[in-house]
Ligand binder design. Structure first.
Ligand SMILES: CC(C)(COP(=O)(O)OP(=O)(O)OC[C@H]1O[C@@H](n2cnc3c(N)ncnc32)[C@H](O)[C@@H]1OP(=O)(O)O)[C@@H](O)C(=O)NCCC(=O)NCCS
Length: 169
């Protein structure tokens, strides 16, 4: 069952995020604190969980982004976590689809993310060189247009993400 997070889900989402990212070589362990920081800042615009038999097995967050410094109605996807013993069963795809539906219902114009194209291509995201982020290449910057035309320019994620990126530069 996919549903919006409730206040008492915060710890379960934190633990799930830690468990999901722990084996990932690219992870520096910042994802779980980022979810908490997004929530504290009021930037967790859409936060959905997948609950099975009373346990949260998946979570996805969406927060506002700017492009070339402007709010153009776009959002960023992430972090997204599926419990390792439930991965590759469509949970992540269903969470992403439900989140994009929710964004569309709120009048969002698009959604962007940084991630593995092999994961997000099948979920409808496409690489777009016109959308940039801190000089990243290899198709890692991807987007879905929900309304209107694609946008171009430099992405800036919510402060909770950018604070960690700044600290690592
Ligand atoms: C990434 C993640 C959220 C995907 O969730 P999921 O429930 O496993 O994804 P789905 O089952 O919906 O997969 C949909 C498709 O995405 C692709 N995919 C998913 N995980 C993949 C992986 N690790 N490598 C390559 N392709 C992958 C596949 O095409 C897959 O379809 P298939 O299983 O029929 O081949 C999940 O694996 C996860 O939590 N990973 C650890 C945390 C993480 O890396 N988060 C994302 C950081 S950018």
């Amino acid at each position: 069952m996919i549903r919006p997070e409730r206040p008492d889900d915060a710890d379960a989402i934190h633990d799930l995020t830690v468990i999901a990212f722990d084996p990932m070589p690219f992870s520096d362990g910042t994802e779980a604190p980022i979810v908490r920081a997004l929530r504290a800042a009021g930037d967790l615009t859409v936060s959905l969980v997948d609950e099975e038999d009373g346990e949260i097995i998946g979570h996805v967050a969406f927060s506002p982004v700017t492009i070339d410094g402007a709010d153009v109605g776009w959002f960023g996807l992430g972090p997204i976590s599926v419990r390792p013993d439930h991965q590759r069963r469509g949970v992540g795809s269903r969470l992403v689809a439900a989140g994009l539906d929710e964004l569309r219902a709120r009048g969002a114009r698009g959604c962007a993310l940084i991630g593995n194209p092999a994961v997000y291509g099948p979920m409808g995201f496409v690489g777009d060189d016109a959308l940039t982020y801190r000089g990243l290449g290899d198709g890692l910057v991807q987007r879905v247009v929900l309304e209107g035309e694609p946008v171009d320019g430099e992405l800036r994620f919510a402060d909770a993400f950018e604070a960690y990126e700044d600290a690592h530069e």
